[in-house]
Write a protein that binds this ligand. Structure first.
Ligand code: ATP
Length: 289
């Protein structure tokens, strides 16, 4: 039984599947994705470790979103193997993948909330899809729980997306992504469009939820602050492949020109300085306490 369930959810879901215990919830080997004659990915390999936040970076159009879409089954690859929770989803029948699909949550770019539904109703969409037998009372209760979990006030559940700020919309999208109590979370540019303070708060929330709920996170971002603040490792997409994956200090050793430009450019230096300053302030705070 997953230990991140609330009592309400335990009552609702009954016997939840065992949590994945292997080392790599996502394994990709030899992946090729094409649109017509254009190959976005060629022979791409990537392993995502259980419990990590993996940042995924790369220039615009290098195929970060296409990669995420192929892992969640929205893009059929031309070649290669994608294993999720030890199951080869590229060869599985759609019915077989359902048991995997309810074990991940996705926050698409921009939140992708249904504008005609309240936040609570948005959260209930995946619940109704996978657990149609749940009573409305239970659905409401789970939705409220998820809304509060993402740091929104409980009243936000009855609000419509148009009544929320950008940061609140992201949190609402996250609440929906967490609706099924997933083990895997996909975040596509979660801090895009947020001011630096809102972005930093969202980063903190992501780290906190990852640790408390035991999530594994695949996080596409252009935000260097996010990489420095919360990512355990970073995968770099270029030349149609993952050209490197590792911690930021490990990547700094890599002399690929894009990596050097990205991690040693002026913006990266500013992000490092912010990160170091934050660590120093944290240390000062804990010494005073
Ligand atoms: N449905 C599609 N049909 C045709 N080409 C597509 C389709 N989806 C993506 N592409 C192409 O695949 C390439 C990779 O797109 P993708 O959205 O994955 O890039 P990205 O790395 O996420 O970019 P960005 O950082 O700008 O969001 C681009 O050249 C894009 O035009």
């Amino acid at each position: 039984m997953r230990d991140s369930h609330s009592d309400v959810e335990d009552a609702a879901y009954g016997d939840a599947p065992e949590q994945f215990e292997g080392e790599f919830p996502i394994r990709i080997k030899g992946l090729t994705n094409s649109f017509g004659d254009f190959n976005v990915h060629e022979d791409l390999d990537l392993d995502v470790k259980r419990g990590e936040i993996l940042g995924v970076v790369g220039g615009s159009g290098t195929g970060k979103s296409v990669l995420m879409r192929s892992i969640i089954g929205l893009q059929i690859p031309q070649d290669g193997m994608i294993e999720v929770f030890g199951r080869n989803i590229t060869e599985a029948e759609p019915d077989e993948v359902i048991g995997v699909r309810n074990r991940w949550g996705v926050l698409f770019q921009g939140g992708a909330l249904f504008s005609t539904l309240s936040v609570g109703e948005n959260v209930q969409v995946p619940l109704k899809q996978f657990y149609p037998e749940l009573s409305q009372e239970l659905l409401d209760e789970i939705a409220r729980y998820k809304v509060v979990l993402t740091g929104l006030p409980e009243e936000a559940a009855s609000k419509f997306p148009s009544e929320l700020s950008g940061g609140m919309k992201k949190r609402a999208g996250l609440a929906r992504a967490l609706a099924l109590d997933p083990e895997l979370l996909f975040l596509d540019e979660p801090t895009a469009g947020l001011d630096p303070i809102g972005g930093a708060k969202f980063d903190e929330l992501t780290r906190e939820l990852t640790d408390t709920l035991g999530l594994t996170v695949f996080l596409i971002t252009h935000d260097l602050d996010t990489l420095y603040a919360i990512c355990d490792r970073v995968a770099v997409l270029a030349d149609k492949k993952v050209i490197a994956v590792g911690t930021i200090p490990e990547l700094l050793e890599n002399d690929h020109p894009w990596i050097q430009e990205y991690f040693n450019g002026p913006r990266a230096r500013a992000a490092t300085a912010t990160h170091e300053r934050g660590k120093a302030l944290d240390k000062l705070g804990s010494e005073k306490a």
